[in-house]
Write a new protein. Structure first.
Length: 267
């Protein structure tokens, strides 16, 4: 009996092979179409400039008055991300219900329009939302908080809807065949099953919103981002270094809190 040989890596009938070849050609075409000046990027002058920039960043500003401003800006960024995520979780859950077909008999009349709304909300980046909201809300954290809430509503609403659609229907179907009302089926079967995943998605988006809140300050939405844009614009590298360190510490703290919350729920 002849040994079984593995299939060839390439065959003209292999759809995956053609797909990978198309992706490879697309990547090569992207490199050819973009004006990537690697020579200038790796030149001695560019490397020297980057080295000087890094050396200046290695000496942060430690004046007590400035660190006090950084602390309050960090708390403002944290509050923006937390409030924006909380508002988005509530709005995302409200929109996820009409956007999901929870069981086979669900008509889901509003599924299409609601999903279009969620797509529109998350297709606009937080930075663009903040720039638009600055016209009505003015400078400060309100515009940043609303921008985070709008974009994150689109993201969480889609994730929540998929969680409801992909969860097992056994417990909910058992209640339906016994004539239990639709609202009670949702609160006693659908929602408890999806709750761990909903919380996990919300915590993950909170981690992302910390980074986004720091960037939103660039357009005047308050927090660490506004300080970063101000001091970088004046080429004050010591102050810029302190703000960047505060951003990294804030992200690390939020990541730790998120991990602790998920670990507590899994026990």
């Amino acid at each position: 009996m002849s040994p079984v040989r593995p299939p060839p890596l390439w065959h003209w009938r292999c759809k995956a092979c053609w797909l990978n070849l198309g992706l490879l050609l697309l990547v090569l075409a992207s490199f050819m179409s973009l004006d990537l000046q690697w020579g200038k990027f790796l030149s001695l002058d560019a490397l020297a400039s980057m080295g000087r920039f890094v050396r200046e960043l290695l000496v942060p500003q430690t004046a007590p008055a400035f660190l006090h401003k950084v602390l309050w800006a960090s708390l403002e960024t944290l509050a923006m991300s937390a409030l924006g995520t909380a508002l988005a979780a509530v709005a995302g859950l409200a929109l996820a219900l009409p956007a999901a077909r929870i069981h086979a008999g669900d008509v889901a009349r509003w599924r299409g329009p609601t999903r279009l709304l969620l797509n529109a909300l998350r297709s606009i980046p937080e930075l663009v939302w903040a720039a638009l909201l600055l016209i009505s809300a003015g400078l400060g954290p309100l515009a940043g908080t609303l921008a985070l809430a709008l974009h994150t509503t689109g993201v969480l609403g889609r994730l929540f809807a998929e969680s409801f659609e992909n969860q097992p229907n056994g417990p909910a179907d058992a209640l339906r065949v016994r004539g239990v009302a639709t609202g009670q089926v949702f609160w006693y079967a659908d929602f408890p099953q999806a709750l761990p995943q909903l919380v996990s998605y919300t915590l993950y988006r909170w981690e992302n919103n910390i980074r986004a809140a720091a960037v939103l300050g660039v357009v005047g939405a308050g927090g660490l981002g506004q300080m970063l844009a101000f001091h970088m614009g004046l080429f004050q590298m010591m102050e810029t270094s302190s703000v960047l360190i505060a951003m990294m510490l804030l992200v690390a703290v939020v990541d730790a809190l998120s991990y602790l919350a998920r670990w507590t729920m899994q026990r």
